[in-house]
Design a protein around this ligand. Structure first.
Ligand code: NAD
Length: 318
C-alpha cells in the first residue's frame, strides 16, 4: 500500500468550506455522543516556541496533528505555525496520508465557528463584528457566511492596515463592511474575537451581540472577554477538559470566579440533541480551543477527495 503526500496547495485546491462544516458538525455530534477518542494535547516547550501533538479517532479514521508555534519565525523567513497531519486507518494503523495541516486548521476552526452559530446564534442574525482581523477572522467570515445571511460586517484590529485589508476582503464577497472602533463592533448580532490577547479586549458594557464566537484563547493565560461577561452568559465549550485548561474560560476558572459547573454544555452535546441550543434572548458564548477530532474529520474529507481526483504523490513507505 502507498501513502499519499498532500501539500498545502493540494489541500487548498481540494477542500471546500461547505464540506468542512459538514465533517466538523458530524465530529462534534460524535463527540457529544462520546463515540470519539481524543486524549489531551501533548506539548514540547522550547525557548523560541512549542510543538503540540493532537491525536484522535473519529469513526473509521484516526490521525495526529503535529503543529508548532514559533512567534519569531517570520524573522527567519518561516511561518509562525506549520502543521503536518498523518491520517491512519484504525483497522491496520496504516498511514494513509501525510498532509499539510495549516490550511486544514484554518478551515476546521472556521467550520467550528459556523457550527456554533448554526445552533446558538439567533436565526435572524445578519451582522457580524470582528475583533482581531488576522487569519482566523478571515476563515470565520468564510464559514459564517455559509450558515447565516451576513449582510453587514464591522471590524477592528489594533493594526489599522490589517483592519482595512480585512474589510476589503469581506467586501470582495459582496458583503457591506466598515472599519469601526471596538465598542461599535460589539453592537453587531454576532461577535467574533480572534486575537491572541492575554487581557480582555471587549468590555462587557459594549456588548449588544447575542452570540459570541470566542476563538482567540487557546492556551493558558489567554483571555479576550471580561469575567463579568462570562458570568452572565450561557457558555458552550468545544471540549470541557481543553477549555478549562486553555480556553476563554481558563483565566476565570483559575481565579475561581467561574466554576466548571457554570459551563452549560459542550457544542457536541447540543449537536447530538442532548442539550438545547439557543432558547431566548440570552447571550451565548462559544469557547473554541480547537479539537483534534475537527482535524481528523477534515483530513478524511481531503484524503477521500484527493484519491478520487488524483491529487498528491504516492509513496511506498514500508
Ligand atoms: P493572526 O496573527 O493572523 O491574527 C491575530 C490578529 O489579532 C492580528 O491581526 C493582531 O493585530 C490582532 N490583535 C492582537 N491584539 C489585539 C487587540 N488587543 N485588539 C484587536 N486586535 C488585536 O493570528 P490568527 O491565526 O488569526 O490567530 C488568532 C488567535 O486564534 C491566536 O490566539 C491563535 O492561537 C488562536 N487560534 C485558535 C484556534 C481555535 O481552534 N480556537 C485555531 C487557530 C488559532
Amino acid at each position: 500500500m502507498e501513502t499519499l503526500i498532500l501539500t498545502k496547495r493540494d489541500v487548498e485546491s481540494l477542500l471546500t468550506m461547505e464540506e468542512t462544516i459538514a465533517a466538523v458538525e458530524t465530529a462534534f455530534r460524535l463527540h457529544g455522543e462520546k463515540k470519539v477518542q481524543m486524549p489531551p494535547k501533548m506539548y514540547l516547550t522550547f525557548e523560541e516556541g512549542d510543538l503540540r501533538a493532537m491525536p484522535a479517532q473519529v469513526g473509521n479514521w484516526a490521525g495526529i496533528k503535529w503543529v508548532n508555534s514559533h512567534p519569531k519565525n517570520p524573522e527567519k523567513g518561516l511561518p509562525t505555525v506549520m502543521a503536518v497531519f498523518i491520517l491512519n486507518d484504525p483497522s491496520t494503523g496504516f498511514p494513509l496520508s501525510i498532509m499539510d495541516a495549516t490550511h486544514l486548521t484554518n478551515m476546521r476552526t472556521g467550520a467550528a465557528g459556523a457550527v456554533a452559530v448554526k445552533y446558538l446564534a439567533p436565526k435572524n442574525a445578519e451582522s457580524v463584528g470582528f475583533i482581531g482581523c488576522g487569519v482566523q477572522a478571515r476563515f470565520q467570515f468564510l464559514a459564517l457566511k455559509e450558515v447565516m445571511d451576513v449582510s453587514f460586517v464591522r471590524a477592528y484590529d489594533i493594526r489599522s492596515e490589517t483592519t482595512e485589508n480585512f474589510v476589503n476582503f469581506v467586501k470582495s464577497f459582496g458583503v457591506d463592511a466598515e472599519v469601526a472602533e471596538a465598542e461599535k463592533v460589539c453592537k453587531c448580532d454576532v461577535l467574533v474575537t480572534t486575537t491572541p490577547s492575554r487581557k480582555p479586549v471587549v468590555k462587557d458594557e459594549w456588548i449588544e451581540a447575542l452570540h459570541i464566537n470566542a476563538i482567540g484563547a487557546d492556551a493558558p493565560g489567554k483571555q479576550e472577554l471580561e469575567e463579568k461577561t462570562l458570568l452572565r452568559a450561557k457558555i458552550v465549550v468545544d471540549d470541557m477538559e481543553q477549555a478549562l485548561h486553555s480556553g476563554e474560560i481558563n483565566v476565570a476558572i483559575s481565579k475561581g470566579i467561574l466554576k466548571p459547573e457554570d459551563i452549560y454544555a459542550t457544542l457536541g452535546e447540543i449537536v447530538a440533541g442532548k442539550k438545547k441550543g439557543r432558547e431566548n434572548d440570552e447571550l451565548t458564548i462559544f469557547d473554541s480551543t480547537g479539537l483534534a477530532i475537527q482535524d481528523v474529520a477534515t483530513a478524511s474529507v481531503v484524503y477521500e477527495k484527493a484519491i478520487k481526483e488524483g491529487y498528491g504523490i504516492k509513496l511506498r513507505m514500508f
